[in-house]
Design a protein around this ligand. Structure first.
Ligand code: HEC
Ligand code: HEC
Ligand code: HEC
Length: 271
């Protein structure tokens, strides 16, 4: 009988603590478990700044640029070797979701001036001041990159394994990373299909009466539409190799930007 009562009492205690936990808002959970290091509102606290080997990170810059999955993983499992210990013992999974919802309410303004400054300090040696990567470092031309904002941020945060593109997470704060990502996207070349149409008429039309009459070579490519091929591969097929022998030097001498404009026009016409 005693045993049974204890069991019932235990269940009531469990049940009510779960109820309390779900009542507690993400904000309260955050303030209780995170704010000592990450600060109220996600701006790192004085204590957080002094942590070794790495300070706590600003959380205001994450909402638009980092996936929920990534935050969930970091919060649950922590970051080995840092003061960010796993939180899955303190928070249940619903609690973690509530905390993430709260973090996603943090807002900050993008600072393009800072983005430019940090890009020039940290990225330009490889990617060039204009982002076109004419530096001999084998970096990617960011001006034609097709990555979305989250993918760009992910690349900056974690780098690319086995390349010179190493993680910049400890060189840049999260606000820096967000600003740099916006800046990099602002450097992008904006292709112009009207210019592309003019160039097509002056350099291609003698042999290709219209974009839709162009046939791609190769078993797989033959069944593809021009619009399905990546800009990079199309550029290779137009300005390099066999096509240059057929089409002549005029095509090989097209500038990168002219080629991008032509490609944008070809794609628009063959969609
Ligand atoms: C004792 C201090 C401390 C507490 C408490 C703490 N963190 Fe952290 N947190 C850190 C540190 C230090 C880092 C950075 C580690 C690194 O640079 O690798 C970090 C990193 C993170 C990151 C990754 C940020 C990024 O840019 O990659 C997230 C997300 C995070 N913490 C969320 C939380 C949440 C949510 C809580 C509360 C549930 C919490 N932290 C509690 C110290 C703390
Ligand atoms: C030491 C040289 C170096 C530095 C410094 C560097 N990068 Fe890179 N970056 C590279 C290389 C090399 C690649 C190509 C990696 C690959 O082959 O996937 C690359 C690739 C990238 C990509 C992927 C582009 C795409 O379309 O796939 C982005 C985005 C990027 N870098 C942004 C940055 C930013 C922003 C900075 C500064 C915060 C930076 N990089 C600093 C060398 C560098
Ligand atoms: C002097 C004639 C000539 C001119 C000018 C010319 N082309 Fe071509 N192009 C060809 C021929 C011939 C082929 C077919 C090649 C083959 O079957 O290998 C071809 C094929 C192509 C292909 C498919 C290539 C592949 O590998 O699948 C593309 C794309 C293309 N041309 C685009 C262009 C564009 C864009 C221009 C103008 C900037 C242009 N061409 C100018 C003759 C020309």
């Amino acid at each position: 009988m005693l045993k049974k009562t204890m069991l019932v009492m235990g269940c009531v205690a469990l049940f009510s603590s779960a109820a309390v936990a779900s009542e507690m808002h993400g904000k309260a959970l955050y303030e209780q478990n995170c704010a000592s290091c990450h600060g109220m509102g996600g701006k790192v606290s004085e204590l957080g700044k002094k942590l070794k080997p790495f300070p706590a990170r600003d959380l205001t810059a994450l909402s638009e640029v980092v996936d929920r999955d990534e935050l969930r993983r970091i919060i649950a499992y922590g970051i080995r070797g840092t003061a960010m210990v796993p939180k899955r013992y303190d928070l249940d999974s619903a609690g973690i979701e509530d905390v993430i919802d709260y973090i996603f309410t943090f807002k900050r303004k993008i600072n393009m001036v800072n983005g430019k400054k940090r890009f020039e300090q940290v990225c330009a040696t490889c990617h060039g001041f204009d982002g076109r990567a004419k530096t001999g470092m084998g970096a990617k031309n960011l001006v034609y990159s097709g990555l979305d904002l989250k993918e760009t941020v992910h690349t900056i945060r974690y780098g690319r394994v086995g390349t010179k593109m190493t993680s910049k997470r400890h060189q840049l704060t999260n606000p820096d990373i967000e600003d740099v990502a916006y800046y990099v996207h602002d450097l992008r070349f904006k292709s112009d299909t009207t210019k592309g149409a003019k160039l097509f008429a002056s350099t291609c039309k003698t042999c290709h009466s219209s974009p839709s009459t162009i046939k791609l070579r190769g078993n797989r490519a033959r069944s593809m539409k021009l619009a399905d091929m990546s800009d990079y591969l199309l550029d290779l097929r137009i300005r390099h190799g066999r096509h240059v022998d057929r089409a002549g030097e005029k095509v090989a001498k097209l500038s990168e930007d002219d080629t991008q404009n032509i490609i944008a026009y070809l794609k628009k016409e063959t969609k």
